[in-house]
Design a protein around this ligand. Structure first.
Ligand SMILES: CC(C)(COP(=O)(O)OP(=O)(O)OC[C@H]1O[C@@H](n2cnc3c(N)ncnc32)[C@H](O)[C@@H]1OP(=O)(O)O)[C@@H](O)C(=O)NCCC(=O)NCCS
Length: 206
């Protein structure tokens, strides 16, 4: 198996892939592009995203993959593919951008493909990235923003300990209407790592 590229700059302390009970988080590859396009071109997935506002073309995703690899090598940001440990299937994406190293301040964004919703994968992936941000990179806080209509994403953030800190009105036009955003913040000391329910219970100890 090809070795994962080494992360650069201040991200070099991070060892990829990140492993959780059910997930493996790795850098995206060009071979992921067809699935990324299929999953991200679902309006239920791209409409709530801030960074992807319209249906994507193959070129967008190819550039995204190249940017993720370059960003990781430069130590600027971590954009990871979320895959299942068991099968290797790609199920989503999660990112961490360090906005201010001096004050230990990062930002996260994430998505899970519709066929995999409501299994806890989103919480598990964001929890892994927050754990790495606080334990390995020693960040102090992580920001996340969600559109007001995105109750599921707000619930995910609250589950991990994020608190509502504010918001902004009419930040984007979605489906022909202006929408407000809610701002959430998580301090290192408030982080509640996600616990997968019933994991491994299928094979109880003798
Ligand atoms: C928001 C989004 C990331 C949530 O992804 P998800 O994987 O479905 O979310 P979660 O991790 O929060 O799933 C939690 C649910 O899994 C359930 N679950 C099922 N099996 C579980 C298990 N073994 N362990 C823990 N929870 C489990 C939980 O009970 C919870 O159910 P509930 O929603 O009825 O309370 C996803 O809907 C999405 O990608 N939406 C579009 C893009 C988007 O909104 N991105 C965020 C932009 S801010």
């Amino acid at each position: 198996m090809a070795r994962p590229p080494r992360l650069g700059g201040k991200l070099r302390a991070v060892r990829l892939p990140l492993l959780t009970p059910r997930l493996l988080l790795r850098l995206p590859r060009t071979s992921d592009v067809p699935l990324l396009l299929r999953f991200l071109n679902d309006p239920g997935v791209f409409r709530p995203l801030f960074t992807r506002t319209r249906p994507l073309r193959r070129r967008d995703e190819t550039e995204f993959v190249a940017g993720a690899i370059a960003g990781a090598k430069q130590g600027a940001k971590l954009s990871l593919a979320v895959t299942l440990r068991e099968s290797g299937a790609l199920v989503g994406g999660v990112g961490l951008e360090i906005r201010d190293w001096e004050n230990g301040h990062g930002w996260t964004g994430y998505w899970i493909a519709r066929p995999y919703w409501r299994r806890g994968y989103g919480s598990e992936a964001v929890s892994a990235v927050c754990g790495t941000a606080f334990r390995t990179l020693k960040l102090h806080r992580i920001d996340a923003t969600v559109f007001e209509f995105n109750a599921r994403s707000a619930a995910l953030l609250r589950r991990l300990g994020f608190r509502r800190e504010g918001g902004a009105r009419e930040v984007a036009r979605k489906g022909g209407r202006w929408v407000n955003e809610k701002a959430f913040g998580l301090l290192a000391r408030e982080f509640r790592p996600f616990e997968v329910r019933n994991h491994g219970s299928a094979s109880p100890k003798a």
